[in-house]
Design a protein around this ligand. Structure first.
Ligand code: ATP
Ligand code: MG
Length: 434
């Protein structure tokens, strides 16, 4: 984004003019070298937080005690952080103390991985004391300094290590990986929100990186050592999941182009034989926002429902089951289900049995049947509960909800028009037949 770059230049220039050193650092330098889009820009400077605040008009005191001030230029935020050193790491988490220092090199030394410990000056010159560019070229995640000490200081770095390996399809340097395996149990000291934030980054990106990340978490057993016992319910040991990554990269990429995150999580849960209740509990432990949790659970519930139809093989005609499923779990769940099944195909080995004819039919017609639905919920009906009460002169009760549900289904199936009079008539018939 050209505005982001020019904003960053403006911030650097202002700091230079005031007599301070200032550099681009961290993720933005790394992503620029990888020719990946840059989403946020971090700046390291010799100016103290109070000095930064006084130099710029619009600032937000994001974390003054850690040295971070957010500087606004137009609509863009820039995180400006004073060169600092960290010490007194406690409980394998963030440092207790930070002290401000005068040189960039000391600041780069505290950073986690070699490719995150590079800086760029305003002329585009790279400052790369730990050979991060070389590791980027070779595709290697490597701790700055002694991996053993770095993971011991801050256990979150282990899950960041997996995240970067997954998102960039990198290998983990052997000594970094060995240290990770030694210190993996310390992940239990890290808040689940922070673990989730890193997992989100790999799962949001693509199914490929999601599966790659999950496989590294499984291989390292990091998943077992989170603060809460996720592993009890979530068994990721199905190796078809990981084989696909090796063999089907192109098709995974194609599938990803129009996938949303909920579909991706849904597929991961379903493919690891996790039922909706287990998935819900895992997502709670992972501190998912409720809304996202619900979306994924509804998708898995719809799948379980459709699967029960397949098992029971109750209906020749699939449309009624589909419509019931859509009315119960929602249109979004249905669209996601269609997408999930498309992805699921990638995991079917040739010797596995063919998809059930019911699923085949749904995949063929499901989308059209969805678009033909004129009603999705009771409030879409051209009638309200109190209309029926008035008409029938009956007292409200559970029968009313059931009746409205019946009407909704009838209209959805095209058996009754969504018209007040017709609906009242159908309601009378149902009541009289009882
Ligand atoms: P993203 O693309 O996800 O923003 P990022 O590398 O910018 O990746 P941030 O969490 O934004 O990740 O951190 C910015 C920089 O701060 C990192 O590049 C790294 O230099 C440093 N950093 C972040 N977390 C740690 C940590 N736990 N230990 C050491 N350094 C860290
Ligand atoms: Mg960042």
């Amino acid at each position: 984004d050209a505005n982001l770059i020019s904003g960053a230049r403006a911030v650097l220039t202002r700091l230079h003019d005031a007599g301070f050193q200032a550099y681009l650092v961290g993720g933005c330098v790394r992503d620029a070298l990888l020719s990946k889009p840059i989403h946020d820009v971090d700046i390291a400077t010799s100016a103290l937080p109070a000095e930064v605040t006084s130099i710029f008009e619009r600032t937000i005191p994001t974390g003054m005690q850690h040295g971070t001030v957010t500087v606004m230029v137009d609509q863009y935020p820039f995180e400006v952080t004073t060169f600092r050193q960290e010490s007194g790491y406690e409980h394998f988490r963030r440092p207790k103390e930070v002290s401000f220092i005068h040189d960039l090199e000391g600041d780069l030394l505290r950073r986690d991985f070699t490719f995150n410990a590079m800086a760029m000056d305003i002329d585009g010159h790279l400052i790369d004391p730990y050979d991060g560019q070389n590791d980027l070229d070779k595709g290697i995640v490597r701790c700055v300094g002694d991996a053993d000490a770095r993971f011991q200081e801050d256990a979150l770095r282990m899950i960041r290590c997996v995240r970067f390996a997954a998102c960039y399809d990198f290998q983990v340097d052997p000594s970094t990986w060995a240290a990770l395996r030694i210190h993996r149990t310390k992940l239990q000291y890290i808040a689940m929100e922070r673990v989730r934030a890193e997992m989100d980054k790999m799962i949001d990106l693509s199914l490929y990186s999601a599966i790659r990340g999950m496989s590294l978490m499984q291989e390292s057993r990091l998943l077992e050592f989170t603060k809460v016992m996720i592993h009890d319910q979530w068994n990721l040991e199905d190796h078809t999941l990981y084989q696909v990554v090796e063999q089907e990269q192109d098709r995974l990429e194609h599938w990803d182009k129009h996938a949303d995150v909920a579909v991706r999580w849904g597929l991961l849960f379903y493919r690891s034989h996790t039922n909706p209740e287990q998935a819900q509990s895992i997502m709670q432990k992972l501190t998912f926002p409720n809304r996202k949790n619900t979306e994924i659970v509804e998708l898995l519930q719809l799948h379980a429902y459709l699967h029960s139809i397949v098992i029971g093989n109750k209906e020749e005609d699939v449309k009624p089951s589909w419509v019931r499923g859509v009315l119960t779990f929602g249109k979004d769940a249905a669209l996601r289900w269609l997408h999930m099944m498309e992805g699921d195909e990638l995991f079917q080995s040739p010797h596995q049995q063919q998809a059930s004819p019911i699923f085949t039919q749904l995949r063929k017609h499901g989308e059209r049947w969805l678009s033909e639905l004129h009603v999705l919920k009771i409030s879409d009906l051209d009638i309200k509960g109190h209309d029926i009460l008035k008409h029938q002169k009956k007292k409200a009760g559970p029968w009313l909800g059931e009746l409205l549900q019946h009407l909704l289904y009838q209209v959805a199936m095209g058996q009754v028009d969504n018209d007040r009079h017709e609906l009242l008539e159908e309601a009378s018939q149902v009541i009289n037949n009882e």
